[in-house]
Design a protein around this ligand. Structure first.
Ligand SMILES: *[C@@H]1O[C@H](CO)[C@@H](O)[C@H](O)[C@H]1NC(C)=O
Ligand SMILES: [Zn+2]
Length: 296
Protein backbone atom coordinates (compact mmCIF):
# COMPACT_ATOMS: atom_id res chain seq x y z
CA UNK A 1 0.00 0.00 0.00
CA UNK A 2 1.52 3.38 -1.02
CA UNK A 3 2.10 5.80 1.87
CA UNK A 4 -0.22 8.79 2.03
CA UNK A 5 1.68 12.15 2.21
CA UNK A 6 0.70 12.63 5.87
CA UNK A 7 2.02 9.17 6.72
CA UNK A 8 5.23 9.95 4.84
CA UNK A 9 5.79 13.13 6.88
CA UNK A 10 5.05 11.28 10.10
CA UNK A 11 7.59 8.58 9.15
CA UNK A 12 10.21 11.23 8.40
CA UNK A 13 9.58 12.81 11.78
CA UNK A 14 9.79 9.46 13.62
CA UNK A 15 12.95 8.50 11.75
CA UNK A 16 14.77 11.69 12.70
CA UNK A 17 13.57 11.36 16.30
CA UNK A 18 14.98 7.84 16.36
CA UNK A 19 18.31 8.99 14.84
CA UNK A 20 18.56 11.79 17.42
CA UNK A 21 17.90 9.35 20.28
CA UNK A 22 20.56 6.93 18.99
CA UNK A 23 23.09 9.78 18.64
CA UNK A 24 22.41 11.02 22.17
CA UNK A 25 22.77 7.62 23.75
CA UNK A 26 25.91 6.96 21.70
CA UNK A 27 27.55 10.12 23.03
CA UNK A 28 26.48 9.25 26.58
CA UNK A 29 27.98 5.81 26.05
CA UNK A 30 31.32 7.12 24.79
CA UNK A 31 31.48 9.70 27.60
CA UNK A 32 31.08 6.86 30.07
CA UNK A 33 33.68 4.57 28.46
CA UNK A 34 36.31 7.32 28.50
CA UNK A 35 36.23 7.51 32.29
CA UNK A 36 36.49 3.71 32.61
CA UNK A 37 39.89 1.96 32.30
CA UNK A 38 40.14 0.26 28.93
CA UNK A 39 41.51 -2.98 30.34
CA UNK A 40 40.36 -4.06 33.77
CA UNK A 41 43.37 -5.55 35.51
CA UNK A 42 42.75 -8.79 37.36
CA UNK A 43 45.95 -9.37 39.35
CA UNK A 44 47.33 -6.66 41.60
CA UNK A 45 50.75 -7.19 43.23
CA UNK A 46 51.92 -5.04 46.14
CA UNK A 47 55.49 -5.44 47.39
CA UNK A 48 56.08 -5.01 51.11
CA UNK A 49 59.81 -4.47 51.80
CA UNK A 50 60.98 -5.92 55.13
CA UNK A 51 64.25 -5.49 57.06
CA UNK A 52 65.44 -2.88 54.57
CA UNK A 53 69.18 -2.44 54.82
CA UNK A 54 69.80 -5.87 56.38
CA UNK A 55 67.85 -8.84 54.94
CA UNK A 56 66.17 -6.76 52.23
CA UNK A 57 63.27 -9.21 52.10
CA UNK A 58 59.98 -8.80 50.26
CA UNK A 59 56.54 -9.95 51.30
CA UNK A 60 53.95 -9.73 48.52
CA UNK A 61 50.24 -9.03 48.78
CA UNK A 62 48.48 -10.34 45.67
CA UNK A 63 44.84 -9.42 45.07
CA UNK A 64 42.27 -10.52 42.52
CA UNK A 65 40.84 -7.09 41.71
CA UNK A 66 37.32 -8.32 40.89
CA UNK A 67 36.61 -10.44 43.96
CA UNK A 68 39.12 -8.60 46.24
CA UNK A 69 40.41 -11.99 47.38
CA UNK A 70 44.05 -11.65 48.49
CA UNK A 71 46.95 -13.83 49.54
CA UNK A 72 49.99 -12.72 51.50
CA UNK A 73 53.29 -14.31 50.48
CA UNK A 74 56.11 -14.72 53.06
CA UNK A 75 54.87 -12.19 55.67
CA UNK A 76 57.97 -12.85 57.76
CA UNK A 77 58.15 -9.59 59.71
CA UNK A 78 54.65 -8.89 61.11
CA UNK A 79 55.43 -5.36 62.40
CA UNK A 80 56.03 -4.30 58.79
CA UNK A 81 53.24 -6.41 57.22
CA UNK A 82 50.33 -6.21 59.66
CA UNK A 83 49.70 -2.44 59.23
CA UNK A 84 49.31 -2.98 55.46
CA UNK A 85 46.93 -5.90 55.97
CA UNK A 86 44.98 -4.08 58.68
CA UNK A 87 44.43 -0.96 56.59
CA UNK A 88 43.29 -2.84 53.51
CA UNK A 89 41.09 -5.43 55.23
CA UNK A 90 39.38 -2.74 57.33
CA UNK A 91 38.73 -0.48 54.33
CA UNK A 92 37.27 -3.43 52.43
CA UNK A 93 39.95 -3.21 49.73
CA UNK A 94 40.93 -6.85 50.26
CA UNK A 95 39.57 -10.11 51.65
CA UNK A 96 42.57 -12.02 52.90
CA UNK A 97 42.23 -15.77 52.26
CA UNK A 98 45.67 -17.43 52.60
CA UNK A 99 49.26 -17.17 53.73
CA UNK A 100 51.67 -18.59 51.14
CA UNK A 101 55.25 -19.55 52.06
CA UNK A 102 58.04 -20.16 49.55
CA UNK A 103 60.14 -22.16 52.09
CA UNK A 104 60.64 -22.76 55.79
CA UNK A 105 63.43 -20.28 56.58
CA UNK A 106 62.63 -17.90 59.43
CA UNK A 107 62.92 -14.79 57.22
CA UNK A 108 60.10 -16.20 55.04
CA UNK A 109 57.83 -18.36 57.23
CA UNK A 110 58.80 -16.96 60.64
CA UNK A 111 55.87 -14.52 60.79
CA UNK A 112 53.14 -17.14 60.44
CA UNK A 113 52.14 -17.55 64.09
CA UNK A 114 51.96 -13.80 64.70
CA UNK A 115 49.84 -13.24 61.56
CA UNK A 116 47.52 -16.08 62.67
CA UNK A 117 46.83 -14.22 65.92
CA UNK A 118 45.20 -11.48 63.82
CA UNK A 119 43.77 -13.44 60.88
CA UNK A 120 42.48 -17.01 60.80
CA UNK A 121 44.02 -18.24 57.56
CA UNK A 122 45.23 -21.49 56.04
CA UNK A 123 48.96 -21.64 55.25
CA UNK A 124 49.99 -23.03 51.88
CA UNK A 125 53.69 -23.85 51.73
CA UNK A 126 56.55 -26.31 51.90
CA UNK A 127 56.40 -29.22 54.34
CA UNK A 128 58.81 -27.66 56.86
CA UNK A 129 57.10 -24.26 57.12
CA UNK A 130 55.88 -23.51 60.62
CA UNK A 131 52.13 -24.24 61.10
CA UNK A 132 51.68 -25.17 57.41
CA UNK A 133 48.13 -26.36 56.56
CA UNK A 134 48.63 -27.68 53.02
CA UNK A 135 51.71 -28.55 50.99
CA UNK A 136 50.64 -28.54 47.35
CA UNK A 137 52.13 -31.25 45.14
CA UNK A 138 54.36 -30.33 42.20
CA UNK A 139 52.32 -28.69 39.41
CA UNK A 140 49.07 -28.76 41.41
CA UNK A 141 46.83 -25.70 41.03
CA UNK A 142 44.45 -23.51 43.00
CA UNK A 143 42.67 -20.25 42.27
CA UNK A 144 42.48 -16.85 43.94
CA UNK A 145 39.14 -15.14 43.39
CA UNK A 146 37.73 -15.37 39.90
CA UNK A 147 40.74 -14.84 37.73
CA UNK A 148 44.07 -15.82 39.25
CA UNK A 149 45.32 -19.36 38.67
CA UNK A 150 48.26 -20.48 40.82
CA UNK A 151 50.57 -23.40 40.02
CA UNK A 152 52.95 -24.77 42.67
CA UNK A 153 56.39 -25.61 41.29
CA UNK A 154 58.65 -27.68 43.51
CA UNK A 155 62.23 -26.39 43.31
CA UNK A 156 64.18 -28.18 46.06
CA UNK A 157 67.81 -27.11 46.65
CA UNK A 158 68.08 -23.92 48.74
CA UNK A 159 65.79 -25.90 51.05
CA UNK A 160 64.16 -29.24 50.30
CA UNK A 161 60.73 -27.66 50.80
CA UNK A 162 61.24 -24.73 48.39
CA UNK A 163 58.21 -24.06 46.21
CA UNK A 164 57.90 -21.36 43.54
CA UNK A 165 54.36 -20.11 42.91
CA UNK A 166 53.40 -19.25 39.34
CA UNK A 167 50.43 -16.84 39.08
CA UNK A 168 48.44 -16.28 35.85
CA UNK A 169 45.42 -14.05 35.28
CA UNK A 170 44.91 -14.48 31.56
CA UNK A 171 46.95 -11.49 30.41
CA UNK A 172 49.66 -11.31 33.10
CA UNK A 173 52.10 -13.86 34.46
CA UNK A 174 54.22 -13.65 37.61
CA UNK A 175 56.36 -16.11 39.55
CA UNK A 176 57.20 -15.79 43.24
CA UNK A 177 60.53 -17.51 43.60
CA UNK A 178 61.50 -17.17 47.28
CA UNK A 179 65.23 -17.89 47.65
CA UNK A 180 65.48 -20.14 44.59
CA UNK A 181 65.78 -17.51 41.83
CA UNK A 182 66.82 -13.90 42.42
CA UNK A 183 67.08 -11.18 39.79
CA UNK A 184 70.50 -12.01 38.34
CA UNK A 185 71.26 -14.78 40.84
CA UNK A 186 70.11 -17.82 42.82
CA UNK A 187 69.93 -18.99 46.43
CA UNK A 188 72.64 -20.88 48.28
CA UNK A 189 72.48 -24.68 48.16
CA UNK A 190 71.76 -25.15 51.90
CA UNK A 191 69.81 -28.43 51.63
CA UNK A 192 70.50 -29.45 48.04
CA UNK A 193 73.07 -29.76 45.29
CA UNK A 194 73.92 -28.45 41.84
CA UNK A 195 71.85 -31.14 40.09
CA UNK A 196 68.76 -29.88 41.90
CA UNK A 197 69.44 -26.17 41.30
CA UNK A 198 70.15 -26.82 37.63
CA UNK A 199 66.80 -28.59 37.37
CA UNK A 200 64.99 -25.85 39.35
CA UNK A 201 66.35 -22.97 37.27
CA UNK A 202 67.05 -24.45 33.88
CA UNK A 203 64.19 -26.94 33.58
CA UNK A 204 61.31 -25.94 35.88
CA UNK A 205 61.52 -22.13 35.88
CA UNK A 206 63.06 -21.88 32.39
CA UNK A 207 59.99 -23.62 30.96
CA UNK A 208 57.64 -20.81 32.10
CA UNK A 209 56.62 -18.30 29.39
CA UNK A 210 59.43 -15.79 28.76
CA UNK A 211 57.18 -12.83 29.68
CA UNK A 212 56.63 -14.13 33.24
CA UNK A 213 57.68 -11.41 35.72
CA UNK A 214 60.00 -12.50 38.52
CA UNK A 215 59.25 -11.60 42.17
CA UNK A 216 62.07 -12.94 44.40
CA UNK A 217 62.25 -13.13 48.19
CA UNK A 218 65.10 -10.60 48.51
CA UNK A 219 66.50 -7.50 46.83
CA UNK A 220 69.97 -8.86 46.03
CA UNK A 221 70.37 -7.54 42.48
CA UNK A 222 73.33 -5.19 43.00
CA UNK A 223 75.49 -7.92 44.53
CA UNK A 224 74.40 -10.42 41.90
CA UNK A 225 75.36 -8.10 39.05
CA UNK A 226 78.73 -7.45 40.64
CA UNK A 227 79.43 -11.18 40.50
CA UNK A 228 77.89 -11.64 37.02
CA UNK A 229 80.24 -9.00 35.60
CA UNK A 230 83.25 -11.00 36.80
CA UNK A 231 81.96 -14.11 35.03
CA UNK A 232 80.48 -12.78 31.82
CA UNK A 233 80.23 -9.63 29.76
CA UNK A 234 77.05 -9.22 27.73
CA UNK A 235 74.57 -6.48 26.87
CA UNK A 236 71.89 -7.81 29.24
CA UNK A 237 74.27 -7.80 32.21
CA UNK A 238 75.36 -4.23 31.41
CA UNK A 239 71.68 -3.18 31.28
CA UNK A 240 70.90 -4.89 34.58
CA UNK A 241 73.93 -3.19 36.12
CA UNK A 242 72.65 0.22 34.99
CA UNK A 243 69.11 -0.51 36.18
CA UNK A 244 70.22 -1.69 39.61
CA UNK A 245 72.41 1.38 40.09
CA UNK A 246 69.46 3.66 39.28
CA UNK A 247 66.66 1.74 41.06
CA UNK A 248 66.45 0.57 44.64
CA UNK A 249 63.83 -2.07 43.82
CA UNK A 250 64.10 -4.54 40.94
CA UNK A 251 61.37 -7.08 41.76
CA UNK A 252 58.75 -7.49 39.02
CA UNK A 253 60.88 -5.43 36.59
CA UNK A 254 62.47 -8.44 34.87
CA UNK A 255 61.09 -11.59 33.29
CA UNK A 256 62.11 -15.22 32.95
CA UNK A 257 63.23 -14.25 29.41
CA UNK A 258 65.49 -11.53 30.90
CA UNK A 259 66.92 -13.97 33.45
CA UNK A 260 67.94 -16.32 30.61
CA UNK A 261 70.08 -13.41 29.31
CA UNK A 262 71.52 -11.75 32.43
CA UNK A 263 71.50 -14.50 35.09
CA UNK A 264 74.73 -16.51 34.84
CA UNK A 265 73.11 -19.44 36.69
CA UNK A 266 70.63 -19.68 33.80
CA UNK A 267 73.43 -19.53 31.22
CA UNK A 268 75.19 -22.79 32.01
CA UNK A 269 75.36 -23.46 28.25
CA UNK A 270 77.09 -20.15 27.47
CA UNK A 271 80.50 -20.99 25.87
CA UNK A 272 82.19 -18.07 27.67
CA UNK A 273 81.01 -19.35 31.06
CA UNK A 274 81.93 -22.92 30.14
CA UNK A 275 85.47 -21.93 29.26
CA UNK A 276 85.79 -20.07 32.56
CA UNK A 277 84.50 -23.02 34.64
CA UNK A 278 86.36 -25.54 32.48
CA UNK A 279 83.60 -27.92 31.40
CA UNK A 280 80.46 -28.32 29.34
CA UNK A 281 78.34 -30.32 31.78
CA UNK A 282 75.49 -28.08 33.00
CA UNK A 283 75.57 -29.45 36.55
CA UNK A 284 79.35 -29.01 36.79
CA UNK A 285 79.03 -25.43 35.53
CA UNK A 286 76.27 -24.75 38.07
CA UNK A 287 78.41 -26.20 40.86
CA UNK A 288 81.47 -24.15 39.85
CA UNK A 289 79.47 -20.90 39.54
CA UNK A 290 77.91 -21.34 42.98
CA UNK A 291 81.31 -22.03 44.57
CA UNK A 292 82.77 -18.94 42.89
CA UNK A 293 79.86 -16.81 44.11
CA UNK A 294 80.13 -18.18 47.66
CA UNK A 295 83.83 -17.28 47.72
CA UNK A 296 83.29 -13.83 46.17
C1 LIG B 1 71.74 -34.38 44.56
O1 LIG B 1 70.57 -34.54 45.34
C2 LIG B 1 69.70 -35.52 44.85
C3 LIG B 1 68.42 -35.46 45.67
O2 LIG B 1 68.71 -35.54 47.05
C4 LIG B 1 70.35 -36.88 44.87
O3 LIG B 1 69.50 -37.87 44.35
C5 LIG B 1 71.64 -36.82 44.05
O4 LIG B 1 72.34 -38.02 44.16
C6 LIG B 1 72.53 -35.68 44.51
N1 LIG B 1 73.64 -35.55 43.59
C7 LIG B 1 74.90 -35.45 43.98
C8 LIG B 1 75.91 -35.31 42.91
O5 LIG B 1 75.20 -35.45 45.16
ZN1 LIG C 1 66.03 -18.95 52.56
Amino acid sequence: MPLAPSHFLLSCFLMSLLAYTIKQSASRFSARTITKPLISRAMHIQSIPMWEGTGNNYAYLVTDDKSKESVIIDPANPPEVLPVLKEQTESGAIKLSKIINTHHHHDHAGGNSEILKHYKLPIIGGKDCTQVTTTPSHKSQFTIGESIKVTALHTPCHTQDSICFYFEDGSERAVFTGDTLFIGGCGRFFEGNATEMNKALNEVLASLPDDTKVYPGHEYTKGNVKFAKKVLDNEAIRKLDEFSQANKETQGKFTIGDEKQHNVFMRVNDPDIQSLTGGKDAVEVMKALREMKDRS
